[in-house]
Design a protein around this ligand. Structure first.
Ligand code: ACM
Length: 534
């Protein structure tokens, strides 16, 4: 009797210990370990079996990871090869009991003595199964990779799981963009919002307007530290950078191979000083001196709502849409001061002619014209929540950043919404109360990101269906190198991934804290920077 009790206690201890060793982020919907724990060992002799078309991308991702971190790859086969294999397949009807509320990307992962079997609801689901498998691998270099026996049933909570990156303030090289996309993939994000144009730099080659990159991608120097009151210090160094169309095509494919859609942002009508420095006729004051901005902030010189500007933007958008297959094109719309339009006789005349209420009506006219153009090409616009002012464009999706009110209002008007409030989603804010490195300001600790709930209580069930998900925003004023970028996103981005992927009732801050040391070990293994503040 005593022996049996002892045996059960031992089994229970082993099981809890094994489960505690698992630190998958985002937390899967269901995870069960067998009564008696065990491991399946991946070695050089393990085969990846591709039991369906399109699965080679998932196998390639796993092999790239293995090669990079463990120094070996696995062979692939289209036929079952016995027990020492990782079988990838997909089935429309996977073993999941909540099929009615089913977003694409669900998968099951079974690891046992007969090997590993990952079944996605489609290719994407299989890819997410691979991401989970990667998080079951050791976070240190080994020859035999022991995977615990486990049964996982998983699916995403939100359809839009996004991360943004501003490359206007500080340009990031192609290698960093690819790494960023890998980080997104490993956290099961599916949208990368690439903020490509800003006052401080235009970063995308547009063949029809070469000055955008010849002039607009360079600033003469950059503000050092925070903005003062006339006593600013500058670094005196020219700062340049842009992506060629060939580089962009490759990055779009790189992301697509990781089931990530890239949403390009071409900012308008504000934050346009780099474009205006290249083509002053886009401003309402073309004869005044123009420069790519050297400090951060919001500037009065914005696109003039003239036919010259609309022709320019339509031509730019044609090239952008040819490069990016994304259904969504982000057109900015935020922080557009109205002073230049107030002073412009042309704008005042236009307001009268179009029977607009005021300059806010003019902003709405601007966005609606662009929306019509983008819709005519079969795409949809996303804009920051200022696009609500003066009347929302008919088919626009709103990114709610100044809190949640814009998102709530848009959802009530039956528009789709992506939540990105500064309160929980701005990863440019400090992670510590006393700044450990210069940031834009604010305070957004890890726990506050983790506790974010994207569905506002004020919305009815029907209205809340318009909340597609949320996004972390990364404005790079004070991130001028890839290491600082990693320091600012990790571990907050990992916390956000759980907000967006895991079932609401599976989110548990204490359990996330329990998994943090393992997560940090993984960052170390990847060679990624991160913050220890929490
Ligand atoms: C924003 O942060 N200006 C959208």
């Amino acid at each position: 009797m005593n022996k049996i009790v002892l045996l059960f206690a031992l089994i229970s201890y082993l099981r809890v210990t094994a489960q505690n060793g698992i630190a998958i982020i985002p937390m899967p919907a269901k995870m069960v370990m067998p009564e008696i724990p065990g491991t399946f060992n991946i070695t050089k002799n393990t085969t990846i079996v591709l039991a369906g078309s399109g699965l080679e991308k998932s196998a390639a991702f796993l092999n790239d990871y293995l090669q990079h971190l463990f120094g070996f790859t696995l062979k692939t086969s289209e036929k079952e090869t016995g027990k020492n294999s990782i079988v990838l397949n997909y089935s429309l009807v996977i073993n999941y009991d909540e099929k009615n509320d089913h977003l694409p990307g669900a998968y099951t992962l079974e690891s046992g003595e007969n090997g590993i079997r990952i079944t996605g609801d489609n290719e994407t689901g299989a890819f997410y199964g691979i991401q989970t498998l990667i998080q079951l691998l050791p976070a240190e270099k080994k020859i035999t990779l022991a995977i615990p026996w486990i049964s996982i049933n998983d699916k995403p909570r939100f359809s839009y799981r996004g991360m943004h990156l501003d490359v206007g303030r500080n340009f990031m090289p192609v290698s960093t963009i690819k790494k960023y996309i890998d980080y997104l993939a490993m956290h099961k994000f599916n949208n990368f919002h690439w903020h490509l144009t800003e006052d401080q730099g235009w970063r995308i080659e547009i063949k029809k307007y070469p000055l955008l990159t010849q002039v607009g991608s360079c600033r003469e120097q950059t503000l050092v530290g925070r903005k003062g009151k006339g006593n600013e210090v500058y670094d005196g160094k020219k700062n340049c950078g842009f992506y060629t169309q060939e580089q962009i095509k490759k990055i779009v494919k790189y992301a697509a191979d990781r089931y990530i859609n890239i949403i390009p942002e071409i900012e308008m009508p504000g934050h346009a000083r780099a474009a205006i420095a290249a083509y002053p006729e886009l401003s309402c004051t073309p004869s005044e001196p123009k420069k790519v901005a050297q400090t951060w902030g919001v500037f009065e010189d914005v696109f003039c709502p003239s036919e010259i500007t609309f022709t320019f933007l339509e031509n730019v958008l044609d090239e952008v849409m040819a490069l990016f297959p994304s259904n969504y094109i982000h057109i900015g719309g935020d922080e557009c001061p109205k002073e230049a339009w107030k002073r412009s006789a042309f704008c005042q005349q236009l307001i009268k002619e179009k029977d607009l209420r005021d300059e806010h009506g003019l902003q709405s006219y601007f966005i609606q014209r662009i929306e019509k153009y983008i819709n005519s090409k079969g795409r949809k616009i996303i804009g920051w929540d200022e696009i609500l002012e003066g009347g929302l464009a008919p088919n626009a999706t709103v990114m709610s950043w100044r809190g949640e009110d814009g998102g709530i209002e848009a959802a009530k008007q039956n528009h789709d919404v992506i939540m990105t409030p500064t309160s929980n989603c701005y990863f440019d804010y400090s992670q510590t109360k006393t700044e450990d490195s210069v940031t834009i300001g604010g305070y957004l600790p890890l726990e506050k990101v983790y506790h974010y709930e994207p569905i506002p209580a004020k919305l009815s069930t029907a209205e809340s269906k318009h909340v597609l998900g949320a996004q972390g925003n990364v404005w790079t004023e004070y991130m001028n190198n890839p290491r600082k970028l990693e320091y600012m996103i990790f571990p907050r981005m990992s916390a956000l991934s759980e907000v967006l992927w895991s079932p609401k009732d599976k989110r548990n801050w204490q359990d996330f804290e329990r998994r943090l040391p393992a997560l940090k070990k993984r960052y170390d293994f990847w060679g990624a920077g991160y913050s220890n503040a929490h």
